[in-house]
Design a protein around this ligand. Structure first.
Ligand code: BGC
Length: 335
């Protein structure tokens, strides 16, 4: 398994060709101590045998599509359901499990960059159209880790690509991320339905709910509330609706660890961001630093279109047509 490292004078990002999986991001704290801030494993054997979504590129449709069904121009499609009754992260053989072609890229924008490419054939996981995907991982002078996605299709299809790293700014495997403070420029979120196992189709205000992160708040404070949306999945596994999303890249959220002083800003042009506190981690797996991976070991901040968008006309468009270009920028900036 080939691995690649991007670095500037402060931070270092390492990924592998399988799934473009980010296996470490090393960042100094305020005193200059370096820690690896993404949840994962200590050895390559464990990485290859472990959770294949950790730090990975997810697609063709990241997140859930109810019962794997959608329609384009009256034509019905049925994807495999790999998550109870739903389709999740592109199916059983999603982009996270593919070997991507990786090549160094020279660009004025980046201190160092790589381009990852993948062709998903027509009918791959039962999606229509041959999809050519390019993802650039770049690192800038001012500590931005930039992910730029592009894709083109030969037939109308649905698409939603994302990156699935769980961040723990105190150092993965050192302590829980539950005391991290999260702030999101999101006045609304998409509540989930227990019956559907994902979004109900609603867009609801966060005001007066644990999902109000419009000012910085400890993640634990939200997860400890007795709110039905929190109880349903033992934490946060929700899509937030970015305020004023207009296709330009803007600051959408900030994650901060008061203890180490590390802070990460998230910028995107996408209309949504899935925040996932890792409720399904139960300590049965050993991760970095030899520590069990427990719920809230890290927090995923996945920029994206909304879950199940293809089935909700009032959600953002997730259909890509031939001749169009899917574009998505996600920036994790370490401050
Ligand atoms: C989803 C979770 C899911 C996890 C799998 C996240 O993006 O929001 O519901 O369990 O991916 O790794």
């Amino acid at each position: 398994m080939r691995s690649y490292t991007l670095k500037n004078k402060n931070i270092e990002v390492t990924f592998i060709e399988r799934g473009g999986q980010i296996i470490s991001i090393k960042v100094p704290d305020v005193k200059g101590n370096i820690d690896d801030v993404v949840v994962g494993y200590d050895s390559m054997d464990e990485i290859l045998a472990g959770d294949g979504y950790f730090g990975a590129l997810c697609g063709r449709y990241a997140n859930r599509i109810v019962e794997g069904k959608f329609e384009i121009d009256g034509e019905k499609f049925q994807l495999d359901c790999n998550n109870e009754t739903n389709h999740l992260h592109g199916g059983n053989d999603g982009f996270n499990s593919r070997i991507w072609a990786v090549a160094p890229l020279t660009s004025d924008k980046f201190v160092q960059a790589y381009q990852l490419s993948l062709t998903s054939e027509d009918g791959d996981q039962k999606y229509p159209g041959k999809l050519d995907v390019s993802v650039i991982y770049g690192i800038t002078e001012d500590n931005q880790f930039v992910i730029e996605y592009e894709a083109e299709t030969t037939k109308s299809t649905v698409i939603n690509l994302t990156s699935h790293a769980y961040f723990n700014l105190g150092g993965a495997g050192k302590a829980s991320a539950e005391n991290h403070k999260l702030q999101l420029n999101a006045s609304n979120y998409t509540p989930i339905s227990a019956e559907l196992g994902t979004v109900s189709g609603e867009i609801a205000p966060v005001a007066g709910t644990p999902f109000d992160f419009t000012s910085p708040k400890e993640v634990k404070v939200a997860c400890d509330t007795d709110h039905e949306q929190i109880n349903m999945i033992n934490g946060i596994d929700h899509n937030f609706v970015i305020d004023g999303s207009d296709g330009s890249v803007k600051l959408v959220g900030v994650l901060a660890d008061p203890k180490s002083g590390r802070k990460m800003e998230v910028y995107t042009d996408q209309p949504g961001i899935q925040i996932y506190t890792g409720a399904h981690f139960d300590g049965s797996e050993t991760g970095k630093n030899g520590a069990p991976i427990e719920a809230c070991a890290g927090i995923a901040m996945e920029t994206q279109i909304f879950p199940d968008s293809p089935n909700h006309d009032h959600y953002p468009n997730a259909i890509l047509k031939p001749g169009e270009k899917y574009k998505h920028v996600c920036i994790y900036k370490f401050c």
